[in-house]
Design a protein around this ligand. Structure first.
Ligand code: GLU
Length: 475
């Protein structure tokens, strides 16, 4: 199957996102989740969520809960996962120890793995020696050929053992990466690697590969940092006679300066963007374009993204996260918000106890001019607070318009309520002013500012009597 076929309709496609719950959901991981979600949706297949929590020390329940919440917020719904078991789980690696032990024993019986008694200190010394003589560090094979008797002896001394995979010699491991194309590795370049730690828990290479096979995963899109792991995982699956998924290794996300995206670039987790009011649609639209090219422009929903997603269009070059681009998507997402969602989104910037129609009038007035909820706060003060003071420049424009201008405006406001057209035509009739000469003094007197959201809806959002009061100040 070539990579473009991987994007076509095929309900047999199963993808997964496999986070380790050791911290907040990073943008890079969110993009990995998105791509796997889209690949499954595009094919009409299934998207799984598997939690890789074998590192008991670093994995925390609170992180797990946060990851699920963030994925839900992004609307990357999974067909099966730790909260939605389907008989092919459990979907938490910490609950799959017996399965890994069984496969490890199967490998032991066929002598595809062997116990290794080398201590971390010995391994480190060997590593340094290799690096010192300019060789790539890999396991030297000390325990590879121990006899049963030697192994027993070591165990009797109380030494604990890891289990190492016996990498076959002189073998070429080849696969076609969905992003990087044909890959070829020499087994002799791969040292025998640990599949089971000394404490009996499964190592990443092992549990990750077993789970993909056992859960029926057909396509794995994951970070490029895992590319070198793939030949090892293929060897494990081959030794066990398990099905190998197709792998695609996605380039890393870099900051604007070309360094891998990290804290020093500012917010890097989904949670941080969410907390500051970014919309999931905006974030997902930016992530969709990071390293994936498509002819689709404009804000897409997940369904449209799935139709446009093709692993063959995943680039090999690193993608740059661009805060300005994200802001542009955010603007678009905000402008499209239906009223009920906009109201909820701006909730923290609304005055307490505001009635429903007043809330809607305020939201309708400011929404076109805000990117984040905090942008609405100054307008909340302007509209619901005391009549705003003017800067000297604004003050002089207002004075120049004259008392008659504002007497006519205030009177029209008193009779028409908050109708800008009525106020403007009364002033026009009284003074003959039009255009900016008409509207700028009105805007300044009403809002204290020379720019901002459209004036007519702002007026509608003002509490009754406010417009007249503000205009009458200059009459
Ligand atoms: N838990 C691994 C990670 O978060 C998963 C790698 C994979 O997707 O295979 O990096």
């Amino acid at each position: 199957m070539d990579s473009s076929a991987a994007a076509g309709f095929d309900p047999g496609v199963v993808t997964r996102f496999a986070p380790s719950p050791t911290g907040e959901l990073h943008l890079g991981n969110a993009r990995t989740a998105l791509f796997n979600y889209l690949l499954a949706r595009r094919a009409g297949g299934r998207f799984l969520l598997r939690i890789e929590d074998t590192d008991a020390q670093r994995s925390q329940e609170s992180h797990l809960a946060a990851v699920l919440e963030d994925l839900r917020w992004l609307r990357l719904d999974w067909n099966a996962g730790p909260d939605r078991e389907d008989g092919r789980g459990p979907y938490r690696q910490s609950q799959r120890g017996a399965l890994y032990a069984g496969f490890s024993e199967a490998l032991e019986r066929q002598e595809a793995v062997y116990p290794c008694f080398c201590t971390p200190l010995e391994l480190e010394a060997a590593r340094r020696a290799q690096l010192g003589s300019g060789r790539p560090p890999r396991y030297t094979g000390t325990c590879r050929a121990l006899s049963q008797e030697q192994r027993r002896g070591k165990r009797e001394q109380g030494l604990s053992a890891t289990m190492r995979f016996r990498v076959p010699t002189g073998k070429r491991i080849e696969f076609v990466d969905l992003v990087h194309g044909p890959q070829s590795f020499l087994s002799d370049d791969i040292g025998d690697f640990v599949i089971r730690r000394a404490d009996g828990t499964a190592a990443f290479f092992f549990s990750n590969a077993i789970d993909d096979a056992e859960m029926g995963v057909t396509h794995v899109l994951r970070g490029e940092d895992h590319l070198a792991n793939t030949p090892r995982q293929l060897l494990i699956l081959e030794a066990l006679g398990l099905r190998q998924p197709r792998y695609g290794h996605v380039s890393l996300i870099l900051g604007a300066d070309g360094a891998p995206l990290s804290k020093r670039h500012g917010a890097t987790s989904v949670r941080e963007y969410r907390d500051s009011g970014y919309r999931a649609e905006a974030l997902v639209n930016h992530l969709f374009r990071l390293g994936h090219s498509s002819g689709e422009h404009g804000l897409l929903d997940l369904e449209a993204m799935a139709q446009a997603f093709d692993p063959a269009h995943l680039g090999r070059a690193s993608a740059h996260f661009d805060a300005q681009q994200l802001r542009a998507w955010q603007k678009e997402a905000v402008h499209r918000l239906p009223m009920d969602e906009a109201r909820a989104w701006l909730a923290a910037s609304l005055p307490a106890g505001l009635g429903e129609s007043a809330t809607d009038a305020f939201v309708a007035a400011v929404l076109p001019n805000v990117v984040l909820p905090e942008d609405a706060r100054p307008w909340e003060r302007i509209i619901f607070g005391p009549p705003p003071a003017l800067e000297p420049e604004g003050e002089s424009i207002v004075r120049k318009a004259g008392n008659g201008f504002f007497a006519a405006a205030a009177q029209a406001a008193a009779t028409s309520g908050s109708d800008l057209a009525a106020i403007a035509s009364a002033v026009r009739a009284a003074t003959g002013k039009k255009g900016a000469e008409l509207y700028m003094p009105l805007r300044l007197a009403l809002t204290g500012r020379g720019h901002g959201p459209e004036l007519a809806p702002l007026l509608k959002a003002m509490p009754a009597g406010q417009a007249q009061l503000r205009l009458a100040r200059f009459a």
